[in-house]
Design a binder for this molecule. Structure first.
Ligand code: KG4
Ligand code: ZN
Length: 344
């Protein structure tokens, strides 16, 4: 069974054809990094305009690479939220138009549900139940997944998402947007113990909080700038004292990773679960991948982390979850409206 997935929830225009919810036939992503990086973050109006330009070529490419005709599709699965409303509208309107004109069933997928299902697209996905840690630019949450449609939120961030913290710290250091990959790379050359940044464990719950950590980095950067050459513009990269910048990156990353790994371990123990799946852009982080696997080995828990291209936003994950919606007869009407705020 072939499902075409479409995701335009944020700044990537994505389309993918997936067979039986697990086998990727095509997976096309057109990202907008070049457009937004000069603003240091995503500009929603520019994002939706670019989606309008790219949605047709991206979907067309996904269908061509898969060597199929629209008639071969069992359904089209579109992400209808949460996300930027102007961006979501482009994908949803496009999906509805093809479904109407080609008489194809439409199914909707929550973006977070899509991330949860990204772990089934590699060689072997986890058996139920498992814990799903979603760490992206817009979300940081921990779910217990007992089956398709059976998700229980154990915790979520109370302020910034982990990826948002990476992006903000990168901006503070003048390293550009998006920040995750740059900080990940710089951290390899820094000392993670150089600065003792706070670890917001919030031991009474499985919630997360990263805004205090971001403030601690800001204070450290201000200290660094004070000892630097006067007249230094805050928008310039901190390329002086480079090794210290690497230390800040490594110490910040150590704090984020410590919290994510330790809280996941607590949740595994409390829920008595033997499998953990990671997803979202931050799960592309080399240190998080390594430390999560080490934790799993130490306590006998299997860790599932998608390949890097499936960690960040993509439509294969939407098609993977959409397959289950279609199988359970959960078909959407053509009066569908996307929702910026859409709890799972
Ligand atoms: O899942 P995603 O593509 O989009 C959202 O749904 O938000 O995640 C994007 C986020 C950005 O904040 C980016 O900085 C972060 O993922 N990211 C990383 C890495 N690669 C991307 N964070 C840490 N380390 C990385 N290697
Ligand atoms: Zn995402």
């Amino acid at each position: 069974m072939l499902i075409l997935g479409i995701d335009t929830s944020c700044d990537d225009t994505c389309a993918s054809v997936v067979e039986d919810g697990v086998r990727i036939i095509s997976n096309i992503v057109s990202n907008q990094t070049e457009i937004h990086k000069k603003y240091g973050g995503i500009v929603p109006e520019l994002a939706s305009r670019r989606h309008i330009e790219m949605i047709w070529p991206v979907v067309d490419e996904a269908v061509k690479v898969a060597v199929i005709k629209p008639e071969d599709l069992s359904a089209i699965a579109v992400c209808h939220g949460p996300g930027l409303i102007g961006s979501l509208l482009v994908g949803c309107s496009f999906a509805k138009a093809i479904c109407y004109s080609k008489n194809i069933p439409l199914v909707t997928v929550n973006h977070l549900e899509g991330h949860i299902f990204s772990c089934f697209l590699d060689e072997r996905g986890p058996e139920f139940p498992f814990l799903s840690l979603i760490v992206s630019g817009g979300h940081t949450c921990l779910y217990r997944v007992d089956g398709f449609g059976r998700y229980r939120e154990l915790g979520r961030t109370r302020d910034d998402a982990a990826g948002e913290a990476y992006d903000k710290v990168s901006k503070l250091l003048g390293l550009g947007y998006p920040g995750g990959t740059v900080i990940d790379k710089l951290a390899h050359n820094g000392n993670p113990d150089a600065i003792d940044f706070p670890r917001p464990y919030l031991p009474e719950s499985f919630d997360f909080s990263f805004s205090g950590l971001k403030t601690a980095v800001k204070l450290e950067v201000e200290k660094l700038r004070r000892c630097e050459d006067r007249g230094f513009s805050t928008s310039q990269p901190l390329n002086f004292l480079t090794s210290y910048v690497c230390d800040i990156a490594a110490s910040f990353q150590a704090s984020v990773v410590d919290v994510l790994v330790r809280k996941t371990e607590w949740a595994v123990k409390k829920e008595r679960i033997k499998r953990v799946a990671l997803s979202g852009g931050v799960s592309a982080n080399s240190e998080l991948r390594k430390r999560m696997k080490e934790m799993g080995d130490a306590i006998g828990v299997e860790i599932f982390i998608p390949s890097v291209s499936l960690c960040t936003d993509n439509a294969a994950m939407i098609a993977a979850a959409g397959y289950h919606h279609f199988n359970t007869g959960n078909i959407a009407g053509l009066d569908l409206n996307p929702q910026a705020y859409l709890p799972l």
